[in-house]
Write a protein that binds this ligand. Sequence first.
Ligand code: UT7
Length: 331
Amino acid sequence: MVKHPKPLVEIVGTGRYVPDRVLTNADLEKMVETNDEWIVERTGIRERRIARDDEGAAQMGAEAARKAMEEAGVEPGEVDILIVSTATPDRWLPSTACDLQALLGAGNAMAFDICAACSGWLYGLTMAEGYLAAGRGEIALVVAAEKMSSITDWEDRATCVLFGDAAGAAVLKKATGDRGILSAHHKSDGNLADLLYRPGGGAAIPMSEEVLVDKGHLVKMSGREVFKNAVRSMADASGTALEKAGLTGDDIDLLIPHQANIRIIKATAKYAGIPMEKVYINVDRFGNTSSAAIPVALDEAKEAGIVGPGTVILTAAFGAGFTWSGMTIRL
Ligand code: UT7
């Protein structure tokens, strides 16, 4: 029996939401100079979901959150802290978390957003863990809601084939036994921010006609550089999370990596010493949904019976910032 730190909080419910609209590689072939073979070979993506124009991050998050609360047997009014991870807030002010709070009727919660790109949901879990462990509240709701299609340049083939829209959520309570978060490792490096960013439309370069014409409000990515850093950081995230928990790849029932690229996923699994049969993959169906990818995958894996109470997962994420995170959790 492997020794590990006693968990402070456990996940008592999860939920997910993906929009109905499917955008296939064949659809993209009609929009930009690309082809299914290149996309599948270089990324592993076959299709992605695109939200309706009138469907925002808060609405998608609410769908996922309701399912997570239902599984947890928690009423909206019982939530003490509501954290939303999003790179695509519905508006700059107030937070998407406050809009989500209103949609849910979670009137007793403190609600706020965090911006840590693809690692945001794991960052959020650790923030909720600290809040609950400090005794400031009993129930946390951590949501990731991403409408990546709203910040995608649909004329840039280097990025538009990658992203999709989705939301995922989890309810956390104080741990009562050996189930819960066993270890976490979070890092950021702001020196490399400009390899994956949206240059304009914020306070430094406010929205203007020029920003719109230059598409400065949309995602720009230096793919190859990001790829190299992603492989390195996902290895650090997963390796350190395992080490902090006193676990090895052999102890892990399922690796749930961030779903950005099948090649990054394979490299992460190899480094962590986890065979591909124990790696959850849905990048083929949803593309890169930023911080929603991990909670969506976790909820799917639970529903499929791949993981359940008592199983141990390793999860790792990497994203803009750069930010990266690894976590081991006994479900
Ligand atoms: O969410 C976390 C952050 N994001 C990531 O982790 C993404 C990390 N990066 C990647 O996954 C990969 O770098 C990409 C999938 C974005 C690109 O794959 P790559 O193997 O690094 O390709 P590349 O950017 O080096 O481009 C190779 C070639 C180029 O053509 P030339 O210069 O060799 O003639 C590109 O112009 O592929 C071309 N290309 C495309 N061809 C067809 C780029 N995008 C496309 C496309 N279809 N969609």
